[in-house]
Design a protein around this ligand. Structure first.
Ligand code: HT8
Length: 817
């Protein structure tokens, strides 16, 4: 699109004027009084206003009964900073930059003070954000339903190498991106008991008498499409008290009871649970889930009624996607409303429910599969439990007719887990209540069918599919790697931004072009320089931008095996200590990621990284050839510096444990090469990039199964393998822990005891592979060729492709590209 210079000038002048006006009328400041935050707010409102027309059009569009609407239900949306994204998607980045310049401001500085809404833990929440971005870019009307947490994921601080958590007060300076729809609110019942009666028509009916009611208020946040005049939105529910004060109690002099209900209500949406793939949850967590689901389902039914459609057509007018089991109580909630409140009979209600919902599973880890103790469930959601029993008995009746006399299969398919303490299994509820179930990579979908959901799969194989995750190239390439993006667009045009699958492959012929390689290297090098400056500012550690940047950023978890990476570092250190003259390729190891506050082993791994860094970074024998950096408080905002400057991406989870991964895609799209296991989407990334452009190591899922059968004895590896013994002995010697020989004992004990994630078994294959990588890094031209080819072949991993698949295979809606 070519814009006349006159129009640009005009636009810039208008922007300038609007910014000043917003500063004045919204912030109530004059130029000379304005703080940086005032200016940021003025700019943000100016940009937001440019989304308004398209946003309002979308609201009108919601009434169009011809158009199917997607509701994406997710407890997490990790959208990242808004301003930069909105500028890119509106195509006004340069204009706003100039307007702010004329006002004597630095746009970059304004963007830097934006508080990111950290309303997610990691991949799952970020996926939801990429999906809404793609839905909008593909012109599919969609609403992202979730929770407006008052506090997002904690801020990570590091003291003496240990993680400390600080409350994320993201709303403290105001949020210019949301609109409070205070008149749009719903009541949510909680607790109490049920009553059964025969109504005036003689129908047997149920009534839920709750213990308490809370209110959910809608807060909407726009999600702009990429230069297409479309805006979808997130509708996040804020929990509030219905009556802010219990005057009856107050007048009785019971002051604390008077505020109790208010406190209880507001607590529901207070804070995001900081566990990515956690251990069994708590009462408040189930309240959160039910709270946002109930508001969302009520809103969905309100919209459906506004469209003037009969209730039986709900599945034709809405597709509701369950992002993992967190919103899966929606199945019972929709049934409850249809049956108890709209007097729909069971079979009709069930048909509507099943055809409306679809469920995405994101994990196979047994400890992360949500299940709620029956007693807890009954005390919070008594009516839902009755409905779930009814769903279960009907579903099991079908099972028994298919497999007469097979008690085992009935037990395995039951929504209620009856072995020992009784639980409600939310994955079973989600599966039974949905018409489709999908995994998030080919391998993951495969394992879902073979393993966790085997019996469900055998019963209804057509219900199970895999849709490989993707990430939006707008944020992860254009916004966060503008240099690399221009380099690409200069050669192949801009089509790749919206049609990545077909377009970016056009880069392939340039992989061998020396001039292009040269520019590619220079761009990557600029990013590495910038990160080096950033790191030395943050931590005081000087790193060499010419060294290989070997990067591992993701939540800290044993299955992701940050400690395997550390073992490699110690191994290199050992080699240097034995032979200080060793010829070695200089590397900077960069780690980032948060540990769940209660996950002690993960916190110990963070301490380990720091401890090893402290020794290695300061050892004269190492002479700067190895540096270990921990990048604190890794989040969407700070990731801007990281993905684009990586040479090597570490994707080293135990095979079968990482459902997909999405960081792997962001790195590869930014020209990093991957060292990875046969896990999650790594396999597909390797297939796309070509085996020769990917560094594969380690056991496969089958290898691991076989090894488990024959018996895995990690202690034997320690005894028989000199390299491993030297690593572990050095860890135990206290050399990395200022003489403390016990600090890392829990870690060492776990590895030598049963090593559940096969760290020791995979070590050699990993270290050998790393040696090959070092050798490959020496051939700059070949490395650059591989880097370009990786980017050229990542078209598949755009979230636009994922969303097209959801549209075609699950939602039955037509994307507009
Ligand atoms: C996978 C990751 C995948 C990503 O989804 C992940 N699943 C979770 N977090 C992820 O990043 C996950 C799973 C269960 C949970 C939870 C988070 C239960 C409770 C709370 C949080 O690990 O491989 O790429 C998107 O599909």
């Amino acid at each position: 699109m070519i814009t006349e210079p006159a129009i640009i000038v005009n636009q810039v002048a208008q922007l300038e004027k609007d910014i000043l006006e917003n500063l004045y009328s919204i912030q109530g400041k004059s130029r000379d009084l304005a703080t940086t935050n005032d200016w940021y707010m003025a700019v943000a409102y100016t940009v937001r206003n440019r989304l308004m027309k398209n946003w309002i059009d979308t609201l009108h569009g919601l009434m169009d009964k011809e158009v199917k609407l997607v509701g994406y239900l997710s407890a997490e949306f990790l959208v990242g900073p808004h301003l930069g994204n909105a500028l890119i998607n509106l195509g006004i980045y340069d204009e706003v930059k100039e307007a702010t310049q004329r006002l004597g401001l630095d746009l970059r500085q304004l963007m830097d003070i934006e508080e990111e809404p950290g309303l997610g833990n990691g991949g799952l929440g970020r996926l939801a954000a990429c999906f809404i971005d793609s839905l909008t870019t593909l012109k599919v009307p969609a609403i992202g339903y979730g929770i407006r947490y008052e506090f997002g994921l904690f801020e990570q601080q590091i003291r003496d190498g240990w993680q400390f958590e600080v409350t994320d007060k993201w709303l403290r300076f105001g949020n210019p991106w949301e609109i409070a729809r205070t008149e749009l609110s719903f009541t949510v019942k909680i607790g109490g008991h049920t009553e059964h009666y025969t109504d005036e028509m003689g129908l047997y009916s149920a009534r839920w008498i709750p213990e308490i009611e809370v209110k959910g208020v809608a807060y909407d946040t726009p999600v702009p499409g990429y230069q297409n005049n479309k805006v979808n939105f997130l509708r996040l529910w804020k929990s509030e008290a219905i009556e802010s004060f219990d005057f009856e109690a107050f007048n009785r002099g019971d002051y604390s009871k008077a505020v109790d209900e208010k406190v209880y209500s507001e607590n529901i949406g207070k804070v995001l649970y900081p566990n990515d793939e956690p251990l069994a949850g708590r009462r408040l967590r189930l309240s959160q889930q039910y709270f946002f689901v109930s508001c969302s389902i009520q809103d969905v039914l309100r919209l459906h009624e506004l469209r003037g459609l009969p209730i039986d057509q709900l599945p034709d007018s809405m597709a509701l996607q369950l992002n993992d089991t967190h919103p899966s109580i929606a199945v019972a909630e929709l049934m409850r409303i249809l049956i108890d409140e709209k007097q729909v009979d069971w079979d009709r209600a069930w048909r509507i429910t099943k055809n409306t919902f679809a469920y995405t599973n994101h994990t196979l880890l047994p400890e992360a599969l949500e299940k709620w103790p029956l007693s807890l469930f009954a005390s919070l959601l008594p009516r839902h439990l009755e409905i779930i029993y009814e769903i279960n008995s009907r579903s099991l009746a079908e099972v028994k007719s298919l497999y007469p006399g097979d008690d085992h299969i009935a037990r395995s398919l039951s929504i209620i887990d009856e072995e020992g303490e009784k639980y409600v299994r939310m994955a079973h509820l989600a599966c039974v209540g949905s018409h489709m179930v999908n995994g998030v990579s080919d391998l993951h979908a495969d394992l879902l069918k073979k393993d966790v959901m085997r019996d469900f799969y055998n019963m209804t194989p057509e219900k199970f599919i895999g849709i490989t995750n993707g990430v939006t190239p707008r944020r992860w390439l254009k916004l966060y790697s503008p240099g690399l993006s221009s380099l690409i667009s200069d050669k192949i045009g801009e089509g790749w931004l919206t049609h990545m699958e077909d377009e970016i492959i056009k880069l392939e012929p340039l992989a061998d072009d020396p001039a292009f390689q040269q520019k590619w290297q220079e761009t990557k090098r600029t990013y590495k320089n910038e990160l080096s400056i950033q790191v030395s500012r943050m931590s005081g550690v000087r790193i060499d931008p010419a060294s290989m940047f070997d990067v591992m950023v993701k939540r800290i978890h044993e299955y992701k095996r940050q400690h395997l990476n550390v073992f490699h570092i110690i191994h290199l250190y050992n080699r240097i200590k034995k032979n200080p003259g060793l010829d070695i390729v200089p590397r900077t190891f960069i780690f980032g990621g948060k540990a769940a506050p209660g996950y002690h082993m993960a916190k110990l791994i963070i301490k380990l990284i720091h401890s090893v860094g402290e020794v290695v970074n300061n050892d004269g024998d190492v002479d700067g050839r190895l540096k270990v950096i921990f990048f604190p408080d890794f989040n969407v905002k700070s990731s801007e510096w990281v993905y684009r400057s990586a040479d090597l991406s570490e994707q080293i989870s135990t095979a079968g444990k990482e459902a997909s991964g999405t960081g792997n895609m962001k790195f590869s799209m930014n020209g990093a090469l991957t060292i990875g296991t046969m896990d999650g989407a790594n396999i597909e990334i390797m297939d796309a990039a070509g085996k020769e452009n990917f560094f594969l190591f380690g056991l496969t899922v089958e290898d691991i199964q076989a090894l488990r059968k024959t018996g895995y004895r990690p202690f034997d590896l320690y005894q028989n393998d000199e390299d491993l013994r030297e690593i572990i002995d050095r860890l135990q010697s206290g050399e990395f822990s200022r003489g403390d020989k016990h600090l890392f004992k829990p870690l060492v004990d776990s590895l030598l005891g049963n090593d559940p994630y096969f760290v020791l078994q995979d070590f050699h294959s990993y270290a050998d592979c790393q040696q090959n990588i070092s050798n490959a890094f020496l051939d700059r031209s070949h490395w650059t060729r591989m880097s370009i080819l990786n980017v050229a072949r990542m078209g598949k991993f755009s979230s636009d492709r994922s969303i097209r698949e959801y549209c075609n295979k699950i939602w039955n809606v037509k994307p507009s590209y």
